[in-house]
Design a protein around this ligand. Sequence first.
Ligand SMILES: [Zn+2]
Length: 442
Amino acid sequence: MTEVLVAGGTVVTVDDESTIYEDGAVLVADDEIQDVGPTAELESKYDADETVDATGQVVIPGLINLHVHSGFIRGLAEDMPVWEWLVEHVDPTHRALRREDARAAYELCYAEMAKAGITCTLDMYRYMEEAAEVVDDYGLRAVLSPYVADRDGFEYFPSVQDNVDLVERHHDTADGRVKVWFGLEHIEYCTEAAYRRVADLAAEYGVGIHTHGEESPKKAQELTDRYGMRPIEVFEDWGILGPKTVVAHCVWLTNREIEALAETDTSVAHCPTSNEKLASGVAPVPKLLNHGVPVGLGTDGIKENNRLDVIQEMKNAALLQKVHRLDARAIPGEQALRMATMGGARALGLDDEIGSIEAGKQADLVLLDFQQPHLSPHFGAENVVPNLVHAAMPSDVETVFVAGDRVVDDGDFLHGDQDAIIENYDEKAKALVERRDDEEWA
Ligand SMILES: [Zn+2]
């Protein structure tokens, strides 16, 4: 057993009591957290093989990105409402996408996320066998849920059977760091039959389901007119809701829909930056939390954000509610941090393993350098969380551990050559866009 003592930092545990150790330490034994507490106490108790000096740093649990699409077209489909943008840009890009492009996207997006302190991701994209390999190689943690679609015209998306194959081959691989769920793009892409079949299959395989709820008020109304009930009630009717289901966005909800989510213990992936950028609206997050609905934070893809940065999502989740409700007390920093860690972990059914710094959990830790002008002054427990949520940036991330393994050190991504990843991605992106624009799609 190898023991590493991370010592001398401000440890923000996000445990049930929101404990913060101002001169704190975490003892990592192989892939697990063995102990957490004051540095002096842990130093006297253990004789670790290695000590990581975290003086001037803040130690937090690995951030969880509860909704992302690895991909391309960052900055290339801007200033458009969601359904226009989907039809004009996203779907044609999907048609032109090849396996090697998807691989390049995974390499870039996972490196970007690792460097931003994101240790676990719920990703919805295509050719996800490639994602399983990249996540394993990079030493990260992810739940993979392919973009399944079965309506006419979307034959280039994976099928339900493709998703079954992915579950059988890759669920619970990479020492448990890779999980596979069922993914369903959206009601406009998937039939009722696909939703119902996935509900059965998810139960059979004991895995979860990820899909999109409504972002735009127009689409929510259209679906309500079509089905004679609200979108979340449609999901309820089709058997999709449950404790292992994560629905992204859920911006437009009636009280009845919120109750349906709460009664079934369904989770919501809140994506504030995406909702702002696509002018979708403001999700009723405080109401969801008051009803006990697990809420985590998602960046959504680089096409709708444009940064895979959960620190930014914490800030935007807070600001969006404050300004929308004209209530400066809405979503305090502590609540934003909890959504980005324990909220995501609970949504993924991994709250016994990740989401907080507690003995027995996996050693997914992020160390941020707080010796920076924009993170000063240092009042310890008094202002560390607000500064983390409202002032910190991905570039402050110094070291990242996933399952006790260092994946970022000194701000550098360790498990891949960053320059080569960017070069390959750029090349693939240019060829993809060219192919998309050249081809006549029937
Ligand atoms: Zn999405």
